[in-house]
Design a protein around this ligand. Structure first.
Ligand SMILES: [Zn+2]
Length: 288
């Protein structure tokens, strides 16, 4: 099975884990932009990371990881929703070296925005980008924000993006060495194993001496979530004078979604409707 997120538990310990493989989802994203391999692999790792980190978010929640920098890569943004959809993009301005994050992003920072869903308050954490890899930077973020001890292993290539997460749950520690033992074993994983092995094989390879319970998998898919209504809303927020001036210069307003490349076009009549209608009455939100 591909494009799946699985959770697992090391029985009789406080260690829980997640594993994710993105195939068709990753391909769908790569079809939209031609990324240089180094940028592509960063984006794939980030996408696997948000898929893993969003596994505990409610259906209507979302998680956004954004990395900005002054270096060759200036933007990396990935988003996962509580119902298993992911999207993401990266922007770069010059040749991106393989190697560590500092060389790729320069002076960077990492912003994690969590909307837990169900009307609960949004949370945003901002930290300087530190560590040699994206997984190291994320682990640093968890440590700084005093969250549960969490380790991540991330890999991506032109075919697939994959990730493994281990977390030590709070509570009575029946087996104090378990997290250390589990992460030490996971540190022996090669990228290729993470990318290619099915979850059962991978868990057996790592934890055949532990009592592992693999829980049911859930699907992950690429879905942008942009719509004509949302773009219209964005134009309304921009304000009539601004939109009119674009209309005057260009004859129409064209907006391309950065995530999925979908194009939305508003002519003079559309713009008129947009600003005279205000909030459309219930039931009439879908037009065109
Ligand atoms: Zn879109």
């Amino acid at each position: 099975m591909t494009d799946t997120l699985n959770r697992f538990i090391l029985e009789t310990t406080n260690v829980r884990g997640e594993w994710v493989h993105l195939d068709a989802t990753w391909q769908a994203l790569l079809e939209r932009y031609a990324y240089p391999p180094v940028v592509r692999d960063l984006l794939g790792q980030a996408l696997a990371a948000v898929a893993l980190l969003s596994a505990t978010i409610k259906f209507d929640g979302s998680l956004i990881l954004q990395v900005t920098g002054s270096g060759p890569v200036n933007l990396l943004v990935v988003q996962a929703s509580g119902h298993g959809t992911v999207r993401g993009l990266a922007r770069w301005q010059s040749e991106v070296p393989a190697g560590d994050l500092a060389a790729q992003f320069g002076d960077g920072r990492m912003v994690m925005t969590i909307d837990p869903g169900q009307g609960r308050e949004r949370y945003q954490g901002i930290v300087p980008l530190e560590g040699s890899s994206l997984s190291a930077a994320l682990e640093g973020y968890f440590t700084r924000s005093e969250q549960l001890p969490t380790r991540l292993w991330l890999a991506a290539d032109g075919q697939r993006a994959a990730g493994l997460l281990l977390q030590a749950l709070p509570g009575e520690d029946r087996d104090p060495d378990a997290f250390n033992r589990a992460t030490t074993l996971a540190d022996t994983l090669q990228d290729q194993e993470l990318l290619e092995l099915p979850v059962q094989t991978l868990l057996h390879r790592l934890y055949h001496e532990e009592d592992v319970r693999l829980l049911d998998g859930s699907p992950v898919s690429f879905r942008c979530g942009c719509s004509r209504e949302r773009v219209g809303e964005m134009l309304r927020n921009l304000g009539r004078p601004e939109v009119d001036s674009i209309l005057e210069d260009e004859g129409r307003v064209e907006v391309n979604c950065e995530f999925c490349n979908a194009g939305y076009r508003f002519d003079a009549v559309d713009v008129e409707q947009l600003f005279t209608e205000g909030e459309p009455p219930p039931g009439s939100r879908t037009r065109h």
